[in-house]
Design a protein around this ligand. Sequence first.
Ligand SMILES: [Cu+2]
Length: 355
Amino acid sequence: MTAFLTIIIVLFVAVAIWQMVKIFDLAQVGVSNSQIATDNDNKINAYLMLAFLAFIYIITIVCFVKWGDLPLMSNAASEHGSQIDNLMIISMVIIFIVQTVTQFLLHYFAYKYRGEKGKKALFYADNNTLEAIWTIIPVIVLAGLIIYGLFTWTSIMNVNEDDDPLVIELYAQQFSWKARYGGNDNTLGKANVRLINLDNANILGLDESDPNAQDDIITTEVHLPVGKPVLFKMRSQDVLHSAYMPHFRAQMNCVPGMVTQFGFTPTVTTAEMRQTPEIMEKVANINRIRVEKSKELAAKGEPALDPYEFDYLLLCNKICGKSHYNMQMNIIVETQEEYDAWIKEQKEFKDSLIK
Ligand SMILES: [Cu+2]
């Protein structure tokens, strides 16, 4: 890798020197003007423009045919998820149409109006109608997209406290996540990084004198009852992290020194999601690759890879350090009964402290 980077850097330096020499050459007054393009040069470049246009269209079609059936992401597993997906699809379709048309105009015009000896550019001062059209149409489309986006954002970010959401803290640190439930009172106790005490295992810095903190439950997995609104409160111990739950279309930065939040309602249990055709196909594909890889490993006398099983994940979406890629925690969406049984088995904060 280092060798590869060195070669690239050497290459860039060489290109930079070459370009500088060229500039010096051009700056020489009175020297031959062989740098001026001829009709033939212009013609070659004009056809190259058309060739490039064809190239980007062909590559787009190839991508659609070859990978068009791959969904970017399986169906959303939260109530607001379809709102995000719609916003995304509408934006993508508009961008796709606009870019297809503008690429054509850009390259075709460069071809059509290439430089030719004796051909003079038309002097055209301005045209108010044209300018009005290419100002008003983008303004309407962009304003529409932005207003639609703002409405979607507001409707997603407004947490209705009357819904009595389940409050869970997501605690980020290099390079792991912890979750904290409010316990029986569904209220998180006060916490501050300054109160972290590793001697008695107070790893999240909970205020040990706060009555609300006593029944808090700290876990290394998030369990959520399906259909129940949940409100995540994010905290970070060290640097910026970002709590990213792609299947629920949720993401929020975790900022040291402040609490951020994101609320949603999960709608599909982990068990149901594992049964959907998209996920089954994806899992089968991953396991096919794992079997192949295991054969290679077996040849080297190394143990085989475990089969993969789908789970919702909480990932970190801010590059927070060298093990950032591995910063994840499982999220299990289950029925209320399963959730109740799980939470009952967990230790409360006051019992988890080392006396
Ligand atoms: Cu991180």
